[in-house]
Ligand binder design. Structure first.
Ligand SMILES: [Zn+2]
Length: 174
């Protein structure tokens, strides 16, 4: 396994539409495992392939708390089968938008179909933080970030802050 570099917004590579995998083969399994290792190393609860510059429809999530047993879920080609009309509001962050948080409204309850690490078709129902996290990661496969769900004003503020931090880091490394 390997820890990969996470792309920080704003970056055009975070705006792509990812491509379905034909099957979960050795190479997709490696991507899944690398994403999980990268996510855990950054103490994240979800990570999507485009965040490490990979164009395949692969995401991983693990919303287990620090004192709980890890509960990693690896998904390829996740597909939303159903979403509740009831909505939930959660504060979201993103490893590609470090230290930025905002409340996002999404369906509270979803059902998703995907291919697991063994290339088996699976379905899960998710509520609460897991539902939010899976929708957030699936958004990444469409080039959508959590800031795209909030007001344009707040979005611009966050992206400007990140852009400034990037410039600062570039200067310091020059
Ligand atoms: Zn994210």
């Amino acid at each position: 396994m390997a820890i990969l570099d996470i792309i920080v917004a704003p970056d055009p590579r975070l705006k792509i539409t990812a491509k379905p995998v034909k099957e979960v083969d050795k190479s997709v399994r490696k991507l899944m495992d690398d994403l999980l290792e990268t996510m855990h190393a950054s103490r994240g609860i979800g990570l999507a392939a485009p965040q490490v510059g990979d164009k395949r429809r692969v995401i991983v999530v693990d919303v287990a708390g620090e004192d709980e047993e890890p509960n990693p879920i690896r998904m390829a080609n996740p597909e939303l089968l159903w979403a509740s009309e009831e909505e939930g509001i959660h504060e979201e962050g993103c490893l590609s938008l470090p230290e930025q948080y905002a409340e996002v409204t999404r369906p509270a309850h979803i059902r998703v179909r995907y291919l697991d690490r063994d290339n088996e078709i699976r379905e899960i129902e998710a509520t609460g933080v897991l539902a939010t996290c899976v929708q957030h990661e699936m958004d990444h496969l469409e080039g959508v970030l959590f800031v795209d769900h909030i007001s344009a004003l707040k979005r611009r503020m966050i992206l400007r802050k990140l852009q400034k931090a990037k410039k600062q880091a570039a200067l310091e490394n020059a």
